[in-house]
Ligand binder design. Sequence first.
Ligand code: GTP
Ligand code: MG
Length: 194
Amino acid sequence: MKVNHAELVISAVSQQQYPEEPMPEIALAGRSNVGKSSFINKLIQRKALARTSSKPGKTATLNFYRINESFLFVDVPGYGYAKVSKKEKAKWGRMMEEYFSTRDHLRMVVMIVDIRHDPSEDDELMYDFLKHYNLPITVIATKLDKIKKGQRSKQLQRIMEVLELEPEDTLIPFSAETGEGVEDVWRTIKAYIQ
Ligand code: GTP
Ligand code: MG
């Protein structure tokens, strides 16, 4: 998909701040530092619209990006970073619960995992949480550029097994470095925003 227009609408921490545009929405989910913001930037071909960092915890709010006046991408703070306090974890939980339980425009969630590792317990919890809300899930196995070609199918298989993916879930190998997988991702997103 050619992206002619992409802009940050709002960085929100609570429901009152969510944008009111009647547009379909695609949200992201994934561990801190897994590459959620980099994924958005690669798809919209902007180097740094979504702020990225080599340190975990860069994204701390729900960031709503309007794409081509046709849908919203919602970048979310990551989970699973050990150095986060209990209080912050609880705050994160409330923010996610509020968003995922109330947003009727939400059409699909892009859950990002690192292709190099088995999904973590937190990933399993997030997957189950999204399933609980009956949300369609597209799992992106990112950082594809970091493993040898010969390891790809084995790692994808592991992700399917550990998360216990269901037939209706989509799994796409991806790299924000090389752009591999971008067309597959757009094809999937388009099917949900039409
Ligand atoms: P939080 O906002 O902290 O939750 O992190 P995030 O999930 O948004 O991760 P972010 O996009 O900031 O990326 C984290 C680090 O991983 C950065 O140093 C990126 O350059 C790197 N990274 C992201 N995607 C890829 C990829 O596909 N390949 C490689 N090699 N590095 C990547
Ligand atoms: Mg981020």
